[in-house]
Every structure is written in C-alpha cells, then in structure tokens.
Write a protein that binds this ligand. Structure first.
Ligand SMILES: NC(=O)c1ccc[n+]([C@@H]2O[C@H](COP(=O)([O-])OP(=O)(O)OC[C@H]3O[C@@H](n4cnc5c(N)ncnc54)[C@H](O)[C@@H]3O)[C@@H](O)[C@H]2O)c1
Length: 362
C-alpha cells in the first residue's frame, strides 16, 4: 500500500503546516511530545475509542471527552472545556489538541482562543469535512439560539494533522457530508478537482486512501490560497461560503444536527448555481447539470424536495426565508449570496430578487 504523506504550508500571519495522509496521527504524537508545556486533548465519545490511542497518550487525565454532535457546540460545553483547562493547570505556554470532527475543532479552538486570552491549538481532524475545510483557516465558533456559529473568533491552529486512515470508520452519511464541501472547494477554485471527482466517483466512494489524500490536499490548497489573502473575511474569504446562505437556513429550520452540514452545503450549491443562472451571473451554462449529476452520484440531495423527503423535514419556504434574514452574511435583514460565473470565478455579497429567491424554495 502506498502511504504518501503531503504537507501544505499555510502562510497566514503565523504560518503553519497541514500534514495530510495515512498514518499522520503518529506525526501528531511526535509533534506533541516535542513541545514543552502542558496540554489537554478534547475529543468526542465516538472518536475517543477509535483514535485516542493513535496519539499515544498514557495520561487519560488530560483527556476531555464530550458528547458527539452539533449540540456540543454550545456555551455550556465551552465552559466545561475552559474549566477543564484550568483544572489541568494549563498556563499561557500550554496548548489544546482537538481530536475529532468540525464540532470538536470549532469548540476546541474557540476555547483555546479564550483561555488566558489565547493558547495554541493543534488540530487533528477525523472527518472528511474537517480535513478538507474546518480544521484550516482559524474560524472557531459555538452556536446561539438565534443562529449557527454566531459566537466565535479567528484563531489559527499551530499545526494540523489530517490522517486519512481515520476516514475509513466514518458513517456513510458523514462521509457524504464531507463530499459536499469537497465539491464546493472544486467550484471555488479547482477545475481539475471537479474533473477528478467526476472521473473517480467509484474510487472516491470506496474511500481509496491515496485518492482521498490528494483530494484533501487540493481542497486545503484552495482554502489556503484564499485565507492567505484574507485571513479575517474582509472580502475574498467570503467565497468559501458558497452555498452556505442556503445551507445555514436549511440546517436551522430542520433543527441543528438533523441535516449534516456538508449535505446542506451540497444542496445549497445546486440552489446557488440555479440562482446564478437565473440572475444572469453564470457564464458556464454546463455547470448546474454537471454539479447536479456529480452530487446525485455521490448521494447528496440535488433539490429541496429530495432533501425534505430524505430527512423527513417540512422546511417551509417562508421559514427558510426568515432564517436567511438572520444569516451573518446579510446586513439589515437582507440575505447575501455567493453566485458563480464559472469555476474559480464567484461573486460575493450578491442580493437576489425576492421572487427569484422564493422560487428556489418551492
Ligand atoms: N471552522 C470552520 O471553518 C468550519 C467550516 C465548515 C464547517 N464547520 C463546522 O463543522 C461542523 C461539522 O463538522 P463535522 O461534519 O466534522 O461533524 P462532527 O464533528 O459532528 O462529526 C460528525 C460525526 O462523526 C463522528 N466522527 C468523527 N470522526 C469520526 C471517525 N473518524 N470515524 C467515525 N466517526 C467519526 C463524530 O463523533 C460525529 O458523530 C459544523 O458545526 C460546522 O459548522 C466549521
């Protein structure tokens, strides 16, 4: 078996490396052992029995294991993590290791950014979604009643170790969720990646570890280039939210955790492409059908009616519109969208004519 390990350097204000490939948790272990300073590991109940051992920790007292799922991205759990750091005697030279999916990464890095005004975080993402997207770029968050990710900060990790072997144990729904974000990355900035995905769907769905390594590297490459230009989302970084105005509304109205984030993003991509076409922004008219076909093969709902049936949720159009008005990307109650002209060329901060928007929700 080929065990290619890849490294992407992210040149943010404080640069760091993303190490990708089968077996890189061992590299994480060596990295942690080399560092001086106390640390804690944050993980969840599904990941702990599978991968904690991979970090080679003998001292279980350093490990905080929280329940899995979106509900854990809350103030209650944030406080628990901070209290655990304090009880473990962590100081400003200490660090936190986030071992798990995007929920653990977002919660752990927010805690790290707050503890004593900021300690370092090492990300060890174990879902496809967290490897291709959430572990890189430094966005941290918990959810509020009023909306998803409404309380957070920017806090770049000091290193990321994405072990593609961990993807073998993901539930197929969670794997598909990651694929939604993969297709998003391709649309934002990697033509070849889209063609690779179309040509390799069987190997992809078989979770071929080499192919996954290449895909994670390409997605991190797309994100890296954007984050380096715009670390704190003043402009260009908004591109990474393609499909997300729709997705966040779907997740909120369905009830957080009902529709996995990346699945909502996948359906959101189709809605964004259709809106791009109808509003006259789209130049490459082949894209909506290409993306619909690809997502469908990957098992991601390509329309709201399919998504409603699959997850047994009503998702009334009016409720989706209301949810969009609360979206962070909007101002003064006007939702903003990211529209596509062609692969690699997307426009941010677009408004959509209300009639056109309502049509998308039928
Ligand atoms: N910070 C960012 O830039 C950013 C970007 C995209 C998404 N996100 C956030 O990421 C979160 C979603 O992340 P996610 O999809 O990784 O969800 P998740 O963290 O909830 O993980 C999904 C499920 O898979 C389980 N799991 C994790 N790794 C596993 C493995 N290797 N084998 C078996 N089971 C495993 C988890 O316990 C959980 O039940 C959302 O809260 C979203 O808002 C953040």
């Amino acid at each position: 078996m080929n065990n290619t390990q890849r490294t992407v350097r992210v040149l943010t204000q404080r640069p760091y490396e993303v190490v990708i490939g089968p077996g890189v948790l061992e590299r994480a272990q060596a990295f942690i052992e080399r560092r001086s300073g106390a640390f804690i590991v944050l993980t969840d109940e599904n990941v702990e029995p599978l991968y904690l051992e991979g970090l080679g920790l003998s001292d279980k007292e350093r490990v905080l294991t929280v329940p899995p799922g979106e509900g854990t991205k809350s103030f209650e759990h944030l406080e628990r993590v901070l209290d655990f750091m304090a009880a473990g005697g962590l100081d400003r030279a200490s660090f936190l290791v986030a071992l798990g999916g995007g929920v653990i990464g977002d919660l752990g890095s927010l805690a790290a950014s707050l503890y004593m005004r900021g300690v370092e975080v090492v990300q060890c993402p174990t879902t496809l979604l967290s490897q291709v997207d959430s572990s890189v770029g430094g966005k941290t968050a918990v959810n509020l009643q009023a909306g998803k990710n409404l309380a957070g900060s920017f806090h770049q990790p000091c290193a990321v170790f994405a072990d593609t072997r961990t993807l073998a144990s993901l539930e197929s729904e969670e794997f598909r969720s990651g694929l939604g974000e993969v297709v998003k990355s391709a649309l934002i900035g990697d033509k070849e990646l889209l063609a690779r995905l179309e040509g390799e769907t069987i190997a992809l769905l078989d979770r071929d570890p080499e192919l996954l390594g290449e895909i994670v590297e390409r997605c991190v490459g797309v994100k890296r280039a954007i984050v380096e230009r715009d670390e704190r989302e003043a402009g260009d970084r908004k591109k990474l939210n393609l499909g997300h105005t729709f997705a966040h509304a779907i997740e909120r109205v369905a009830g957080y955790g009902t529709v996995p984030h990346g699945i909502a993003v996948g359906t959101g991509l189709v809605l964004a492409l259709e809106a791009s076409q109808q509003s006259g922004t789209l130049r490459d008219g082949t894209l909506p059908e290409r993306v619909r076909r690809l997502l469908d093969t990957l098992g991601i709902p390509v329309s709201l009616p399919v998504l409603r049936r699959r997850y047994d949720v009503a998702l009334p159009g009016e409720d989706l519109l209301d949810a969009m008005r609360l979206d962070k990307k909007g101002t003064a109650g006007m939702p903003r969208f990211i529209l596509v002209a062609e692969i690699g060329e997307v426009a941010v901060d677009c408004e959509l004519e209300p009639g056109l928007l309502a049509q998308r929700f039928e």
